[in-house]
Design a protein around this ligand. Structure first.
Ligand code: AMP
Length: 396
């Protein structure tokens, strides 16, 4: 079965066509600058990347251009659109309503809209993408795969905030967690690699990308994760602060004359390793600056790794142990010095890193020594493949 995987942002749309039997990507790309001017990037398997500038006033034109590119006579990966048998949509926030992926119908769309308040930047864009696909591919089954669903197994003591209970009752204010598709994919793969039953394994997944989160997966279930009601909580990220005393922001707001929107802008877009270093949110730039002796870049890197190690320790406590620790996403897969800095703080768990193995980039690899009590792996994430698998399992 060929599955079109769609990941819509407010002005962008990423897509892949995946054959579910071979799990090969037949074509992939993205539409950018939707609503501004419009650009399609299209790449068939084994072919050259093509870039086409064309007006995309809405996501509907963007989806239409993707479909046209997929069946283009010269470079199209498909002969006809009938070859797309299902569409899998990434949806960011499923609130408490969605504990698993689901076939999309009108009721599901209405329920996703009810979660819009919880993810005002992301969910409306996801719905626009779904609407565009339903209009252009009527009759093709569509599946929604939620970033939050995997974490719906967290126990209440883990997901509640220490604020008046009425805010949970009235507005469902609580920890939800994100990157669930990635945490689920990587933790399942870890169980396969170590040859253990997923339902009897304690895994900590460190998804370290521009957005970063950690998840404790006990016996196949997420029992805690570092992001919260929104993706702002937890680790120090590219431009997001992660955990902070809210009073610090009230103090800054009063000194700088900022309102809530100004404060949220600082926490989401001006903070993290970029805000601390003043250099960049990209770890490749930070590494280069650190090598030149830039003290704030060195500090940002150390703060990032320290926070990761602190969360790992807290999740060992949450699960009363850990069998496997996995590093994934851009930084987790590619940046050995971060993995090394994190693991150097985890010696008390009996972890020893294999320095040679830890030079690996972007490949599945055991990076702990054979005598290490806890196994440490690099496991590349593949959220699109995970969405395609979920889609097939529901459509079949
Ligand atoms: P992500 O959000 O998962 O794409 O991760 C982006 C982060 O991964 C950036 O901070 C990059 O600097 C970092 N990174 C380091 N090496 C690489 C690489 N070879 N390819 C992609 N991202 C990388």
């Amino acid at each position: 079965m060929n599955v079109l995987v769609i990941n819509c942002g407010s002005s962008s749309l990423k897509y892949q066509v995946i054959n579910s039997e071979s799990e090969q990507v037949l074509a992939k790309g993205l539409c950018e600058r939707i609503g501004i001017d419009g650009r399609l990037v299209y790449q068939p398997a084994g072919g050259e990347k093509e870039i086409t500038d064309a007006p995309m006033p809405t996501h509907k034109e963007a989806v239409q251009m993707v479909l046209d590119a997929l069946v283009n006579e010269r470079t199209g990966a498909l002969k006809s659109l009938d070859e797309i048998e299902a569409v899998g949509h990434r949806i960011v926030h499923g609130g408490e309503k969605f504990t698993a992926s689901t076939l999309i119908d009108d009721d599901v769309i209405a329920a996703v809209k009810e979660c819009n308040d919880l993810a005002p930047l992301h969910n409306p864009a996801n719905i626009i993408g779904i609407d565009a696909c339903r209009q252009l591919m009527p009759g093709v089954p569509m599946v929604g795969v939620f970033d939050t669903a995997f974490h719906q197994t967290m126990p209440k003591e883990a997901y509640m905030y220490g604020i008046p209970y009425e805010y949970y009752d009235k507005y469902k204010v609580r920890k939800y967690g994100f990157h669930g598709t990635s945490h689920s994919f990587v933790s399942k793969r870890a169980a396969e690699i170590v040859g253990r039953d997923y339902s009897q394994l304690k895994t900590i997944v460190c998804h370290l990308g521009n957005g970063a989160s950690i998840c404790a997966v006990e016996n196949g279930k997420s029992v805690d994760t570092s992001m919260g009601l929104s993706p702002l909580e937890g680790l120090i990220m590219g431009t997001r602060s992660g955990d902070i005393d809210p009073s610090a922001m009230e103090f800054i707001a009063s000194k700088e004359g900022l309102d809530m929107a100004g404060i949220m802008n600082i926490l989401n877009k001006k903070s993290g390793v970029e805000g601390v270093s003043g250099v960049s949110s990209d770890f490749r730039d930070l590494e280069a600056a650190a090598k030149e002796g830039n003290e704030r870049a060195i500090l940002a890197i150390d703060m990032f790794a320290y926070r990761v190690a602190k969360y790992v320790g807290s999740y060992v406590a949450a699960m009363n142990g850990v069998d496997v620790i996995c590093f994934t996403a851009g930084i987790g897969e590619n940046t050995g010095f971060i993995r090394e800095k994190v693991c150097s703080r985890l010696g008390y768990l009996g972890i020893t890193l294999d320095e040679e193995a830890n030079t690996a980039r972007g490949e599945e690899k055991l990076i702990s020594t054979p005598d290490s009590k806890v196994k440490v792996y690099i496991i590349p994430t593949n959220e699109e493949l995970a969405i395609a698998r979920e889609t097939v399992s529901l459509v079949k």
